[in-house]
Structure formats: structure tokens, C-alpha cells
Write a protein of this length. Structure first.
Length: 104
């Protein structure tokens, strides 16, 4: 009788711990995805502005500036998206799985 009660307590604690981990993974993934999306949305207008400004001069500085701003803005944003999207998906799946176990 004591063994089953201890096992039930340990199983419940493990389930709660897994639920917390899934929730943290989901939140962290959403933060990374949001940062990546915001970075891309912020970088794009600057790349367009610098690219268009080159059409009015013959120095090709605008294209260089657009490329530089694009590299500096898109690289970390893409890294955040590449990291955040899988974390979010895995977190949602794990939390959904944990919630389905709680129904029983």
C-alpha cells in the first residue's frame, strides 16, 4: 500500500515537472520567434530605403549600406526564427500531451 502511494506521488511530481518544462519551452520558443519576426520586420524597411537611395546617386554606397544592414539584421533574426519555431512547436506538442494525461 505504501509503495503504490509513493509511486503515485512520484508520478504526479514527474508529471507536474514535465508540464512546467513544456510550458517554459513553449514560452521561450515564442520569445525567440517574436524576436526573429520583429528583427525581420524592422530590418526590411531600412534595406529598402538604402537600396532605393542608391538610385539617386552614382556612388553605389546605398547598395553597400543595404547589404550591410541586411546582413546585420537578417542573420540574428533568422537564427532566432530557426531556434524559436521548433522550440514553440515542441513545447505546444508536449504541453498538449501533458494536458491529455491530466484528463484521466
Amino acid at each position: 500500500m505504501i509503495i503504490s502511494a509513493d509511486y503515485y506521488k512520484k508520478d504526479k511530481a514527474d508529471s507536474e515537472d514535465n508540464s512546467k518544462r513544456a510550458k517554459r519551452l513553449k514560452i521561450t520558443g515564442l520569445v525567440f520567434t517574436s524576436l526573429g519576426g520583429a528583427g525581420i520586420l524592422t530590418t526590411t524597411p531600412f534595406v529598402i530605403i538604402y537600396g532605393v537611395s542608391d538610385n539617386y546617386s552614382n556612388h553605389h554606397i546605398g547598395n553597400f549600406a543595404a547589404a550591410l544592414v541586411g546582413i546585420m539584421g537578417y542573420t540574428p533574426s533568422t537564427a532566432c526564427l530557426i531556434t524559436g519555431i521548433p522550440m514553440t512547436v515542441v513545447g505546444f506538442k508536449k504541453s498538449k500531451k501533458q494536458n491529455s494525461y491530466k484528463e484521466f
